[in-house]
Design a protein around this ligand. Structure first.
Ligand SMILES: [Zn+2]
Length: 275
């Protein structure tokens, strides 16, 4: 079954609807070749007028000739491969597609997909590996053990960074400077969604979908998908406490980016402006 649904993953109710709508997701392993811009990572934390290369990109995207002081740029951590607050993690291939489709995308507020809410745009998206992510980063929402396995799988923490551009005299620039706007969340569309079990994948040495069936029409994976709802239901005796629950859900599919939003609290806790 093919679905097309709107993420943000920060919206838990839409996440639940999405889960219900995908009873039989199409499952297949995906060969992934990732190209990284900077093997050592890009941890710059500059909020400043654009440098020459950034100004060139702003001029190209706007079709105008600007002075550097007309704009404010900020480096941001857009997304990564870690487990988010809805117990999902992006497959590396989604991060690659995100990077490939986000250049010039609008910067909006709270995933409100209206042109009126566009406050700026993104340039210079870069995919890189942080080979030694900080323990604190891996454990921001108590998922350190699962994140350690992800980092081992990928040889580091796969991160997507970009540069935010807003007009220097705008309210958006002031909100960024004053740290009223700090946390970020990506918004995009995904279809042919695949929900992959990390536990069975590790055990069998190949990607195993939650809905994959064998030749006898039995499910290959015995786990249910973890979610904040499952944890609540188990803790309160609404469902069997012995139910085998996967560590998290690895999400893959055909993805394209639509926007990057400022949010109060995004699904991925590390997604924010670098200061
Ligand atoms: Zn499983």
């Amino acid at each position: 079954m093919t679905v097309e649904s709107v993420l943000p993953l920060s919206d838990f109710s839409s996440f639940c609807d999405q889960m219900k709508s995908v009873a039989q997701a199409n499952q297949s392993g995906v060969e992934v070749t990732l190209k990284f811009d900077n093997q050592k990572g890009d941890r710059s934390s500059k909020i400043a007028p654009p440098d020459a290369s950034q100004l060139k990109e702003i001029n190209r995207l706007t079709g105008q000739e600007w002075e550097a002081d007309d704009w404010l740029c900020a480096e941001c951590h857009m997304s990564d491969c870690l487990v988010d607050k809805t117990d999902q993690a992006w497959h590396p291939d989604v991060l690659r597609q995100m990077q490939a489709t986000c250049d010039g995308n609008p910067l909006v507020t709270d995933h409100r997909w209206s042109a009126d809410n566009s406050k700026g745009f993104l340039i210079h998206p870069k995919l890189y590996i942080d080979e030694k992510p900080r323990k604190q980063t891996l454990n921001l929402i108590g998922k350190g053990d699962y994140n350690k396995k992800i980092v081992k799988r990928d040889g580091g923490m796969i991160c997507l960074s970009a540069t935010i551009c807003v007009r220097s005299d705008s309210e958006a620039a002031q909100m960024i400077r004053d740290r009223n706007w700090q946390n970020l969340s990506t918004g995009g569309k995904i279809k042919s969604v695949q929900y992959i079990c990390p536990n069975c994948t590790e055990q069998k040495g190949r990607e195993v979908g939650f809905y994959e069936k064998d030749k006898n029409d039995d499910y290959v994976c015995p786990h249910v998908m973890r979610s904040p709802w499952i944890e609540y239901a188990m803790a309160n005796g609404y469902i069997d406490a012995d139910l085998p629950v996967a560590d998290y859900t690895l999400v893959n599919g055909e993805y394209y980016s639509v926007e990057l939003s400022f949010v109060l609290s995004g699904a991925l806790p590390a997604a924010s402006i670098q200061r």
